[in-house]
Design a protein. Structure first.
Length: 289
């Protein structure tokens, strides 16, 4: 008899993050930079008031209401070409992207550097249920920043993201990337309703303005491999029903490797550094199209 899976385990958080104050204005800063900072302030204003949060069970009916009006991922991504405005990304996911050096950090550092834009990352702290101080990168770049609210939560499913929605999604995003599934192996059929409810909740605050992508996560080669395959099937079916959402198929990218097990840590679950780099590259491919 298999024991129920434990939440994805994580070691102590790595030290050495360089936290940067949110107060960036200094004496002598050019007026154009001040204008960019004002744009950042508007990009991070609290959302407009809405009703109570939607639970996973109420998601499918709401999603059907909005499905035909969702902004395509490509149209939302095209805002990235406007270097004069901040581009805001929200990641809603699990521990495969919650640490420095994992796919969220790798992908957006590379994107910011290639576009010569500053990067402001907000890491989620599962202990406090809130965001840690921001991390800045490429600060001297002349354009408006890419702002990433990295709501990746170790060991959690989309239900956790729904429960913490008000804090997890504090500002209007241009795109939202879902990265849930690895922790849904006990109940594979829950992943699609949770994604549906998350889309519905975002659409209630910012209708017809946000682009969505969903990652088909890396394979598992532990005792829950078959259950995770069922999760992938459920996410794939959900994506087929929601054509405006961009699939990011890291699952296939891993399996295309002759030795996919080597892309995972010894737990046969979490990506190794090479696996994180592959996930980041697959996400960047979607963002660059």
């Amino acid at each position: 008899m298999h024991m129920p899976p434990r939440p994805i385990p994580r070691g102590p958080r790595r030290r050495g993050r360089r936290f940067v104050s949110t107060v960036l204005l200094r004496v002598g800063i050019p007026v154009v930079v001040a204008g960019v900072l004002l744009s950042i302030a508007f990009a991070t204003l609290p959302r407009p008031a809405a009703g109570t949060a939607a639970g996973a069970d109420s998601g499918p009916a709401i999603a059907a209401e909005h499905r035909s009006t969702l902004v395509s991922f490509a149209d939302a991504r095209d805002r990235l070409d406007d270097s004069g405005r901040p581009f805001v990304v929200t990641v809603i996911g699990d521990s495969t992207g919650d640490q420095p050096g994992e796919w969220v950090d790798l992908a957006f550092r590379e994107l910011a550097e290639s576009l010569d834009r500053p990067l402001i990352q907000h890491p989620w702290d599962i202990l406090t249920g809130s965001y840690l101080p921001e991390i800045s990168f490429n600060e001297d770049a002349p354009s408006a920043p890419i702002v990433v609210w990295n709501g990746s939560a170790s060991g959690k499913t989309g239900q956790y993201s729904l429960a913490h929605f008000d804090t997890l999604v504090p500002a209007q995003p241009d795109i939202v990337i879902f990265n849930h599934g690895l922790n849904n192996v006990q109940k594979p059929k829950t992943v699609a309703p949770q994604l549906t409810a998350l889309v519905a909740e975002i659409e209630r605050y910012w209708p017809e303005s946000v682009g969505y992508a969903a990652i088909l996560e890396n394979p598992r080669f532990d005792d829950w491999s078959a259950a995770h395959t069922a999760v992938i099937d459920n996410v794939s079916s959900w994506l087929a029903e929601n054509q405006a959402v961009r699939p990011i198929d890291t699952h296939a990218a891993y399996l295309a490797s002759p030795t996919p097990e080597l892309l995972l840590l010894p737990d046969l679950l979490h990506p190794s550094p090479e696996g994180s780099a592959l996930t980041a590259a697959t996400v960047l491919d979607a963002l660059r199209r």
